[in-house]
Write a new protein. Structure first.
Length: 528
């Protein structure tokens, strides 16, 4: 029961941040049955906002997401995940028609994400790292990885720009064959297998096929199409499949095939190697890597960098901007745009900032929010009045002022010696009851991802906990292993047979057999 609940919570949270048409109830039913299949998911316009780039998602869809979890034999049978058909088109902010309702929704999501990050950082600073908990999480993740199998196919991410160079639109994109990204469990000879017994070293084989980056100058724009089905089909047709390349494409990074070998030593302290076998050994094998740059690509790149700075500045004035591509015969509209932007963003804003009535209202609002937030952190049953104060204040206050109010509430909690809800014991009954009742939506959104494993561990019954600990070879209250300083914990080796650098109509450089090795000794905080 606990596994299913945690997986459902994680997937709902992750997918909910990126997908519009997610059916949470259907997802939960699939998870509890061990077979999740979601199709034709629409990616949110805010999916890329965390990168803080002057771009917007114009089109995004995920054709299929499949997850198979063998709950009856979770520790020995493979967990299979499959992602198929992820297509994304991004454009400069200038290419987006302003929609007030969407803008408010996006602004609210961005604000909530920023507040959640700040709250997570605050909680991490309050609590010292729990090394024992870290050991449990580490062993649990290692067990999951041991028999995890993932397949990803048909990925195409594309940036289209008709503003940086109006007479010559260009597109930049990355594709993977499908993806054909396979994660397979292998033996020490890299032959596929499934581990049904305890092994000292887990071997994983990852194959990456036909990853490519293209840059086409003077290209037709797919985002100008109106039919989403046609857009998806066109993007799928433009992926390199096998030896077939789409016509008219110029690749800055020619399609590459790579194999990654991972050796995971689960218990270096008991492998009888005298600390000679690293905990993680990663080997990357790549046959040929070709990088090419043409004249038009270089020109487009310079124009793009220059335009991005302009787009970033213009983004805050998008709501006043007329949706026109020409200045000629539209002088009145453009002068009105300039007037509105200056009046609203400079004149009225400055006037309001020094308005005594507004300053008094702002002070009262921040104080009320601080008091309500303090109660939310320390009282189990928050009144509807305080809940409304929090929701309404977060609607109109910016992140800076909300964060200041929360910091003041935290200082008052410490000064008065109050106990936070997160520090109060939460048993199995209350956790399950909260899960089935749905709990507090806002609280669920604010729950830091680092708390998931802690919550999961606390919710286990004694029998379930014993079974889990036995499966992952973990003993409760056992201090973490103290590795010697000479122990090389992590090793990364990269092998490249041929590197080619091509400057169109100028020169070609070739470098043969390139090998790189990185060693990390965590106990000594050293890298070689």
């Amino acid at each position: 029961m606990v596994f299913e609940s945690v997986v459902a919570e994680v997937l709902n949270r992750v997918l909910g941040n990126f997908v519009n048409n997610l059916d949470a109830s259907q997802l939960n039913i699939g998870i509890w049955g061990g077979d999740v299949k979601l199709t034709n998911l629409e990616v949110k316009e805010t999916a890329l906002d965390d990168f803080d780039l002057p771009i917007k998602l114009k089109f995004g869809c995920l054709t299929k997401l499949v997850l198979k979890i063998p709950w009856n034999d979770l520790y020995r049978q493979p967990v299979i995940a499959s992602i198929e058909g992820l297509n994304l088109i991004v454009v400069p902010n200038k290419g987006i028609v302003y929609n007030e309702e969407k803008a408010k929704t996006n602004e609210k999501e961005i604000k909530n994400k920023a507040l959640t990050r700040l709250e997570e950082n605050r909680k991490r600073r309050r609590k010292p790292p729990d090394l024992t908990s870290d050991t449990f999480v580490e062993k649990f993740i290692a067990t999951v990885i041991k028999n995890l199998q993932v397949t990803i196919r048909n990925i195409h991410i594309r940036y289209e720009d008709k503003y940086s160079h109006r007479s010559r639109p260009f597109v930049v994109g990355a594709t993977l064959e499908g993806i054909d990204f396979k994660v397979q469990t292998t033996d020490e000879n890299w032959n596929e297998t499934i581990h049904k017994e305890v092994v000292k070293v887990v071997y994983k084989l990852v194959s990456l096929k036909n990853f490519a980056i293209y840059w086409n100058s003077g290209s037709k724009l797919i985002s100008d199409l109106n039919d989403n089905a046609v857009i998806s089909q066109t993007m799928n047709d433009d992926i390199v499949i096998g030896n077939r390349k789409p016509l008219g494409y110029k690749y800055m990074l020619e399609p590459i095939n790579m194999q990654v070998k991972l050796a995971l030593n689960q218990k270096p302290e008991t492998d009888n190697s005298n600390w000679q076998i690293p905990k993680i050994k990663l080997i990357l094998d790549l046959d040929t890597l070709t990088i090419a740059v043409g004249k038009f690509q270089y020109q487009d790149l310079l124009l793009l960098l220059e335009a991005q700075e302009r787009f970033r500045t213009a983004a805050q004035y998008l709501k006043y901007r007329p949706h026109l591509n020409d200045y000629k015969n539209h002088y009145k509209e453009w002068w009105h745009f300039a007037y509105s932007a200056i009046i609203e963003e400079i004149v009225r804003r400055r006037k309001n900032n020094w308005n005594w009535k507004r300053m008094k209202k702002h002070r009262e609002s921040v104080r009320a929010y601080k008091d309500a937030w303090l109660k939310k952190q320390t009282e189990k049953n928050l009144s509807s009045k305080d809940r409304n104060i929090i929701e309404e204040t977060e609607e109109h206050l910016d992140v800076f002022n909300i964060n200041i109010a929360r910091q003041q509430a935290d200082m008052e909690i410490d000064r008065r010696g109050l106990k936070r809800l997160e520090d109060q014991p939460q048993g199995w009954i209350s956790w399950v009851g909260n899960w089935w009742s749905g709990g507090d939506d806002q609280k669920s959104k604010e729950l830091p991802s680092s708390n998931i494993m802690t919550k999961f561990e606390e919710a286990l019954t004694a029998e379930e906990k014993a079974k889990l600990f036995d499966a992952i070879d973990y003993q409760e209250n056992t201090p973490p292993t103290d590795y010697p300083k000479h122990f090389v914990e992590n090793v990364v080796i990269a092998n490249l047979n041929l590197l080619m650098v091509v400057i169109e109509d100028a020169l070609t450089l070739k470098f043969a057999i390139i090998t790189t090795k990185i060693e990390h000794r965590a106990s000594a905080q050293a890298i070689k």
